[in-house]
Design a protein around this ligand. Structure first.
Ligand SMILES: [Mn+2]
Length: 290
C-alpha cells in the first residue's frame, strides 16, 4: 500500500532567540513540499504571539507549550489515520510535542531518535544559561525537566539509550554529563570527521533494530559554507552530501515512523538559495519513503 503523509506545522520560534522559523512551513509549502510528499494532507497551525511573561529560566513557556500540545494532537491524529507525519518547525522546542505523540502512540521504550543537529539540546531548566526551551527538548522528552515542560500524558517519552545525536559541535559543559547519565549516544561533528561517517553509521544503524525510529533534522547541522538561513551558523558542520547520507542510511532501515525538519528561517534567506538546498534534501527523503 502506498504511504500517505501528513505535513504538520509547528509554528514556533520563541523557543529560540531568533524570530522567523515560524514561517518555514509556509515557505516550504509555497515551494511545493506537499506535492513532494505525494499530495500530503496539511495540518497548518495558527501562529500564536510570543508571550510577554514567563517563569524564571523558561523563556516564552506558555507559547512554546501550547504549540507543543497542538503539535502532539496533530501528530497523534496523523498516526491514528495511518499517515506518516512530517513535522515542519519551527524551532527545535517542537520536538517535545512530536516525541510526546510518538511516546504515547508506540510506547516510550519502543521509540528511538536519530537527532541530527549542531547542538545536543539536552539542558534542563536548571542547567540552561539562556532559558531558551529549544535547548531543552531532549532533556524534557527523557523526563529530566520540571512538570511545566511535560507535554501530554507521559513524563518520559524517550529512553536515553535510544537517543543518537550526530553532528553536534556546540555543546554546553553540563550537557556532556547529562548525555552520559542518560546513556545516550553522542557523535560530535569532530568525531564524524575523525572516525569517518560510515564508521559512525555502522554503530548507529544496528542499534535501531526493533525500534520505531524518529529522525529529527535541525538544518544548523549543515556547515555555514552551504547553509546559513538558521539561528546559529557554527563552523565545522556537515556537508549537505553527508547529511543526505545520514538521512538516507537511517531511512533505508525501513524503521522510521516520522520525520522532523526544524530551524529553517526563511527571513534569513532572501535569495531562497537555502530553501532550494533544503527542498533538495527533503525530496531525497520523500523518494526514500515512497
Ligand atoms: Mn540546533
Amino acid at each position: 500500500m502506498e504511504r500517505r503523509f501528513a505535513l504538520v506545522e509547528a509554528a514556533v520560534s520563541c523557543g529560540s532567540p531568533t524570530r522567523g522559523t515560524e514561517g518555514a512551513f509556509d515557505a516550504l509549502t509555497a515551494a511545493g513540499l506537499p506535492a513532494v510528499f505525494g499530495d500530503a494532507r496539511l495540518l497548518p497551525m495558527e501562529k500564536l504571539p510570543p508571550c510577554a511573561r514567563w517563569p524564571e529560566g523558561l523563556r516564552h513557556l506558555d507559547t512554546v507549550m501550547e504549540v507543543c500540545r497542538r503539535l502532539r494532537a496533530g501528530v497523534l491524529d496523523a498516526l491514528g489515520r495511518g499517515e506518516y507525519p512530517v513535522v515542519v518547525g519551527g524551532d527545535h522546542s517542537c520536538a517535545m510535542g512530536t516525541l510526546a505523540a510518538l511516546g504515547e502512540f508506540y510506547g516510550a521504550e519502543n521509540v528511538a531518535v536519530v537527532y541530527v543537529d549542531a547542538h545536543t539540546d539536552i539542558n534542563t531548566e536548571e542547567t540552561s544559561e539562556s532559558g531558551c526551551i529549544h535547548g531543552m527538548d531532549l532533556a524534557a522528552a527523557c523526563g529530566l525537566c520540571c512538570d511545566a515542560l511535560t507535554v501530554g500524558r507521559n513524563r518520559v517519552n524517550l529512553l536515553g539509550e535510544n537517543l543518537h545525536i550526530i553532528g553536534a559541535r556546540s555543546i554546553d559543559p553540563p550537557e556532556y554529563g547529562i548525555v552520559e547519565r542518560l546513556g545516550a549516544h553522542l557523535y560530535t561533528a569532530q568525531e564524524v570527521r575523525r572516525r569517518g561517517l560510515e564508521a559512525v553509521l555502522a554503530e548507529i544503524l544496528p542499534a535501531l533494530a526493533g525500534k520505531r525510529v524518529h529522525i529529527s533534522f535541525d538544518v544548523d547541522v549543515l556547515d555555514p559554507s552551504e547553509f546559513t538561513a538558521t539561528g546559529y551558523n557554527i563552523p565545522g558542520g556537515l556537508a549537505a552530501a553527508e547529511v543526505e547520507r545520514i538521512l538516507s542510511a537511517v531511512l533505508d532501515t525501513g524503521r522510521t515512523v516520522s520525520f522532523e525538519c526544524v530551524e529553517y528561517n526563511p527571513a534569513l534567506d532572501p535569495s531562497e538559495a537555502d530553501l532550494n538546498t533544503l527542498m533538495g534534501i527533503l525530496k531525497m527523503v520523500s523518494e526514500k519513503l515512497k
